[in-house]
Design a protein around this ligand. Structure first.
Ligand SMILES: *Cc1c(COP(=O)(O)O)cnc(C)c1O
Length: 384
């Protein structure tokens, strides 16, 4: 179905930060399949784990115990806890929307009848299922699909006063928030916003759900972007980078909140299957060993400095290797299209901003080469 308007290029092979089309042309990938291939394309260890698992056991369903999922859950629990176990539990699924759908159902079950309202923020993105679309704070995406599920309220992002007014303890069960808004244009909130949300949620007896689907697992220079501030969310959702391209999602919740779900309350046919878990296990092992957080900080500083020095770039937003370059003079979609012609993948996250999200293992030489291509492209498009 025509749900996308794809760029006219077919990639047939990838390795690290490089992609190759059918004619053998080389491209630098600073989109990473939308912040998914954080270890680069065809990472040998993830590929080996997946091939070995593919020849052993793919899928048996969740009617039986699972050899791999508990270990992956324990790793995620430790990363959510910033290095020491957070003591929570994990539900595995297949995408970011499903991870958020799980969080929204868990919040309703935890809060009980009457307190089903979820507060989210304008400019947010939480997925495309009916519930996660409704949580998404972008009215234009809502209109064609009305009537939408009931029980969602939106307030401005990075506005604690508006949040405080919306958090009626009699009707609200949860707040869902991206610690950095990704699809909304890579918007970083004030340095006390998330901790302030935590205080408000605790005071009103409301769950704090952090949607880390895009920001999680090293992308912003921390395992989770909420760790930039001092707080512990009740629920953390993740997906994009978790399988380095294998579709895997996860919803982590504190033990007290997770206990609201009993057998039969939520389910998935594919979620947590051995094939997907083998990819997640290998991805997390490489991420920890390679210190992807430290690498995202260092490579992110290099990329940010380079972008900031380009003529035509008026500002750089973001953290680690989730960056947006704000353009003056040229439309971001035109620049992205021209950059593709020069062998660089970037995406126009807004009309005036390009998003850059390369592999967390990106080498300095690749960053420098991408900056050169972007410089040429901006000069060309700006004077057209
Ligand atoms: C991409 C994204 C989602 C949706 O993930 P899908 O795998 O496309 O369903 C949800 N939340 C955030 C913050 C995202 O960036």
């Amino acid at each position: 179905m025509c749900t996308y308007a794809p760029a006219p290029v077919v990639f047939v092979r990838g390795s690290g930060s490089e992609l190759f089309d059918a004619q053998g042309r080389r491209y630098l990938d600073f989109v990473s399949g939308l912040a998914v291939t954080s270890l680069g394309h065809a990472h040998p260890e993830v590929a080996a784990a997946l091939s070995a698992q593919a020849q052993t056991l793919w899928h048996v369903s969740n009617l039986y115990e699972n050899a791999l999922a508990p270990g992956v859950a324990a790793t995620l629990d430790r990363l959510v806890g910033g290095g020491t176990p957070a003591g929570g539990q994990v539900f595995f699924c297949n995408s970011g929307a499903e991870a958020n759908e799980c969080a929204l159902k868990l919040a309703r079950k935890w809060a009980g009848p009457g307190r089903h309202v979820v507060v989210s923020t304008w400019g947010s993105f939480h997925g495309r299922t009916l519930a996660t679309l409704t949580a998404t704070g972008q009215p234009a995406k809502h209109v064609p699909f009305e009537p939408l599920p009931e029980g969602f309220v939106h307030v401005p992002y990075d506005d604690l006063e508006a949040m405080s007014r919306a958090l009626d303890p009699a009707t609200v069960g949860a707040v869902i928030v991206e610690p950095v808004q990704g699809e909304g244009g890579v918007v970083v909130p004030s340095s006390d916003y998330l901790a302030g949300l935590r205080r408000l949620c605790t005071e009103r007896g409301v769950l704090l759900i952090c949607d880390e689907v895009q920001t999680g697992l090293g992308r912003t220079g921390r395992w989770f972007a909420f760790q930039a501030q001092s707080l512990q969310p009740d629920v953390v959702t993740m997906a994009k980078a978790l399988g380095n391209g294998m579709p895997v999602g996860a919803c982590w919740a504190s033990a007290e909140v997770a206990a609201a779900f009993g057998p039969g309350d939520h389910a998935t046919t594919f979620g947590g299957q051995p094939l997907a878990m083998s990819a997640a296990k290998a991805t997390l092992a490489v991420m920890e060993r390679e210190d992807v957080c430290g690498r995202a900080v260092r490579a992110g500083a290099r990329l940010r400095a380079g972008l900031g020095a380009l003529p035509g770039v008026t500002g750089v937003r973001g953290e680690g290797l989730l960056l947006a370059a704000v353009l003056s003079g040229a439309a971001a979609p035109d620049v992205a299209a021209a950059a593709l012609g020069h062998g660089l993948l970037v995406n126009a996250v807004r009309a005036d901003a390009l998003r850059l999200a390369p592999s967390l293992l990106v080498e300095d030489a690749i960053v420098d080469e991408a900056l050169e291509i972007l410089s040429t492209t901006l000069a060309e498009v700006g004077t057209r």
